[in-house]
Design a protein around this ligand. Structure first.
Ligand code: ZN
Length: 64
């Protein structure tokens, strides 16, 4: 998503809790910013943070 869109999401979402169900790469004026934002709340994640969350979810699923 666009950087400004993620900023807007953040403003609109405020401080409500979010379990970050989905991520999108963030772009700023067409350039990839090398991070991800939650499509629900707009929270920012680095690639390694996103990978850690993906990994954790995979492990959780495997444990079920
Ligand atoms: Zn979120």
């Amino acid at each position: 998503m666009d950087y400004l869109t993620s900023q807007k999401l953040k403003e609109e979402w405020g401080k409500k809790p979010c379990d970050h169900p989905a991520f999108e790469k963030v772009y700023y004026t067409g350039a990839f910013l090398m991070n991800y934002s939650c499509t629900t709340c707009g929270a920012d994640f680095t690639i390694s943070q996103k990978m850690a969350i993906d990994e954790m979810r995979k492990l959780k699923k495997a444990a079920l």
